[in-house]
Design a protein. Structure first.
Length: 260
């Protein structure tokens, strides 16, 4: 797959570069460049990122970082069985537990929430750092919701991390998940409060908490100018003008009115 010449492979994480040192220099560079493309595209174009990950995997399947990248690319394209296999391989190679929550979420994606819940109770969870433990809690709550256990999902998310006023990279997502679970259980007022708290912590726009709040408040957002609609109206106007029907006047459709 084509790689822009400005992508050198030097952009790769130092820990990954260290792993790639086991490869011949030219091969390591080629793998690095493909991994950079995966990282750059996984959010905006996951299918293309997946393609680059397959190239890297074909070149260096015995490198844990490559298997991990392939796993995340497959996960981003909802190829959960493939992602789980890659994550398991990466974990065997590295011996770490960092991938445990996303592995559990793959089980959810495969329609096996019971397995995800079982993983949430395994000793590996205690070896995770705080961010990993929060992620595992989010996965477990999602599994409870998959099983229709809304109250249990709410209880699962109730934790010291949720109650804390400190803001961490995972705070907004935790508060958002709690608000969403409350809303699903019909506790709208509490949900609104927690969507607000999620918005306060969401400095990077990781959630759509603002949209959910607006929806609860009955606020409807509309485009001030819909190009396709305007084009259609323009064509209709021209047809009517040709037929002598409106003298070039288009009826007011309230697009310029106050929509709240």
């Amino acid at each position: 797959m084509p790689i822009p010449p400005e992508v050198t492979g030097e952009e790769i994480d130092p820990d990954v570069r260290q792993e790639l040192m086991s490869l011949p220099k030219g091969l390591a560079e080629e793998v690095s460049r493909n991994l950079v493309m995966v990282a750059q595209l996984i959010d905006e174009d996951p299918e293309k990122a997946y393609g680059y990950s397959r190239v890297a995997l074909r070149l260096a399947s015995r490198v844990a970082a490559v298997r991990e990248a392939a796993g995340f690319a497959a996960y981003a394209t909802q190829k959960y069985s493939e992602a789980l296999a890659e994550f398991r391989a990466a974990r065997r190679m590295s011996g770490g537990v960092e991938l445990w929550p996303v592995m559990a979420d793959c089980e959810r994606g495969l329609g096996r929430p019971e397995r995800a819940l079982a993983m949430a109770g395994e000793p590996e969870v205690q070896k995770l750092d705080k961010a990993g433990q929060v992620e595992m809690r989010l996965v477990a709550a999602g599994a409870r919701r998959d099983l229709g256990q809304l109250d249990a999902a709410i209880v699962t998310l109730q934790s010291p991390e949720l109650a804390s006023g400190a803001v961490h990279p995972w705070t907004a997502r935790l508060r958002y998940a709690y608000a969403d679970a409350l809303l699903a259980a019909g506790r709208e007022q509490e949900a609104r409060e927690w969507f607000g708290k999620a918005l306060e912590a969401d400095k990077d726009g990781a959630t759509d908490a603002s949209d959910r709040l607006a929806e609860l408040d009955g606020v409807e957002f509309v485009d001030a100018f819909d190009e396709s609609e305007d084009s259609e109206n323009s064509e209709d106007s021209e047809d009517e003008d040709f037929a002598g029907g409106t003298d070039g006047v288009v009826e007011d459709d309230d697009r310029d009115g106050d929509k709240g």
